[in-house]
Design a protein around this ligand. Structure first.
Ligand SMILES: [Ca+2]
Ligand SMILES: [Ca+2]
Ligand SMILES: [Ca+2]
Ligand SMILES: [Ca+2]
Length: 554
């Protein structure tokens, strides 16, 4: 599909239908509301813990303080006035079980909650039941919990306002395909433009005249008849700034990068637009830095690196125009127009292991990048697109002989589309060692005198030393033997393994937050868990590296 503004189309419905996961997974972490304004207190509800007399809130992050234990899944939290804006994870640990962690967004804006989500007898399905929005900007947080549910809100707008509905429903790990109508009070529809470049489509429109309007929120597919409390939404309603993306999409740590920001109502100009600004990345930043621009209430992730970074230099559409790259390097490029091909050249020695890695989809770029490696004669040696699981391509490949090799990048649908939203970051290096561990359970329960397993997947590239896995911070009475995974020099490999936990017969009930650490010749990685939502959705981008190990109460 092209990057342009489409109305809600059959094609879009087909695409989101195809995106539904096939395997049902645990959604026992659900929490409501899904965020709070900093400097306020909020009452959180975890439906999975409704039967539990007393449970403890655990937060991955700083600035959220529980005001006492949670009773029957409900408790209050205080969000500090200086809490960092962005995503944290919250979960509840009871005497026998723990919920999965869920994204929780701390913001600067007031939150208006769906009256139906708070009170089963309330309704906001029609204009005469509409909830009033007194002041913009505001965050609407609710659920489309019954078949055909519509949530109606009412507000005053001015002629030529650019109204933006910044949708973050999948960001909070909800399986929601949010649809929006903007109507005047007579029911006349204001044409709305849909930008579905990101996993959460954004809606915007220009208001035709001063007056009162209604916003009607609904689930586009009715989730194939499977709507419920999990069909949550979080939408920022604003006539002010909203950030889409920036290019370049990242920069080196310890340096300032000049970027162009793309969004809406930027710099006081209504509608889609751009803004130039600088992004300073601290030397100790992680691999992603949350940034915001021009007073927008939302943030995006700015990628960072420890390498030299270059800008793509057009024209580079043919082998003989290939841009030479030092090794290692990070190139920030874009498929700027239809049929854009971006060629690069590296010089390798025989047996050099080339690691070529694309970041595009991961950064919410619209580009679906393919990567080809060719020798000096033009013969194709490697081709990778990784379309199957919709991930960005990565090539680990050993050069057969000394010489120059070309790397050709294209957008899979590039014959019909091009533009700034089709950006990418291209990492190239020789024999870059890498160690990563993913865990598949986020809470493990061990009875006194019994054993339990933490299943792990270990990813390694070009390691020379064997990998040691161990658990740190186990509760008293629980032990785990270390596990060794053989190093595979000059190779990229994944290994399934597990840590076995053993509880002493007299281990006391309780829990601890445990980290699983992997080390190999100077590299260290903590196992992470991808956060999933109801129905196995993994749209929430958060991860956690803390596992609940629980000795259940008898
Ligand atoms: Ca509702
Ligand atoms: Ca409703
Ligand atoms: Ca290009
Ligand atoms: Ca090009």
């Amino acid at each position: 599909m092209q990057f342009r503004a489409f109305p809600i189309s059959a094609l879009f419905l087909l695409v989101i239908a195809l995106c539904r996961p096939t395997a049902a997974q645990d959604g026992a972490g659900r929490v409501f509301p899904n965020g709070a304004q900093r400097g306020t207190t909020a009452t959180l509800t975890f439906p999975a813990m409704a039967e539990v007399e007393s449970a403890t809130l655990e937060v991955d992050g700083a600035g959220i303080k529980p005001l006492g234990p949670f009773v029957k899944g409900v408790g209050k939290v205080e969000v500090a006035p200086d809490a960092a804006v962005g995503m944290q994870q919250v979960r509840l640990v009871g005497p026998k079980t723990a919920t999965t962690p869920r994204p929780f967004l701390i913001g600067t804006l007031p939150v208006l909650l769906d009256a139906e989500a708070l009170d089963k007898k309330a309704a906001n399905d029609r204009l005469d039941q509409a909830q009033r929005i007194e002041k913009l900007p505001v965050v609407l947080n609710g659920s489309l919990a019954k078949s055909g549910d519509v949530d109606v809100y009412r507000l005053a707008l001015k002629k030529d306002d650019c109204l933006v509905l910044g949708n973050e429903s999948r960001l909070i790990a909800a399986p929601t395909n949010l649809g929006v109508y903007v109507r005047d009070l007579t029911g006349h529809t204001v044409p709305v433009t849909l930008d579905y470049r990101k996993r959460d489509p954004l809606y915007w429109c220009t208001i035709p005249a001063d007056g009162e309007y209604q916003l009607q929120l609904f689930e586009i597919t009715n989730n194939m008849g499977d709507v419920g409390e999990q069909t949550l939404y979080r939408v920022t309603v604003t006539t002010g700034p909203w950030l889409g993306y920036v290019t370049p999409a990242g920069g080196p740590r310890g340096a300032t990068t000049h970027v162009t920001a793309y969004g809406w109502n930027l710099g006081g100009k209504p509608g889609p637009g751009t803004l130039s600004t600088d992004v300073a990345v601290p030397g100790d930043a992680g691999t992603g830095l949350p940034i915001t621009v021009g007073g927008a209430p939302n943030s995006i992730t700015f990628a960072t690196s420890g390498s030299e970074e270059l800008a793509e230099a057009e024209p580079n559409n043919r082998a003989e125009q290939a841009q030479p790259l030092p090794l290692p390097a990070v190139v920030n490029g874009v498929f700027g127009e239809p049929r854009d091909a971006d060629w690069y050249r590296v010089t390798l020695k025989a047996k050099d292991v080339l690691v070529a890695d694309i970041e595009a989809r991961e950064l919410d770029s619209y580009a679906d990048v393919t990567l080809r490696v060719r020798d000096a004669s033009g013969k194709e040696l490697v081709s990778e697109d990784d379309l199957q699981n919709s991930r960005d391509p990565r090539v680990v490949w050993t050069a057969p002989a000394d010489g120059a090799y070309t790397l050709e990048l294209r957008d899979l649908a590039g014959n019909t589309r091009g533009g700034p939203s089709l950006f990418y970051r291209f990492h190239v290096a020789i024999a870059q060692s890498e160690l990563r561990v993913i865990a598949r359970e986020v809470a493990v329960s061990v009875k006194p005198g019994a054993k339990a397993e933490i299943p792990l997947t270990v990813y390694q590239s070009c390691l020379t030393g064997d990998i040691t896995l161990r658990a740190e911070g186990l509760p008293a009475g629980i032990t785990a033997e270390t596990v060794t995974v053989k190093a595979r020099p000059n190779r990229s490999e994944q290994t399934q393994t597990k840590l076995v936990l053993t509880a002493a017969a007299d281990a006391k009930p309780g829990y601890a937050l445990v980290r699983v650490l992997a080390t190999s010749s100077g590299l260290r990685a903590a196992a992470t868990w991808a956060l999933t939502g109801d129905g196995g959705w993994t749209y929430g981008t958060g991860t956690t590296d803390r596992l609940v190990v629980l000795i259940p109460a008898p």
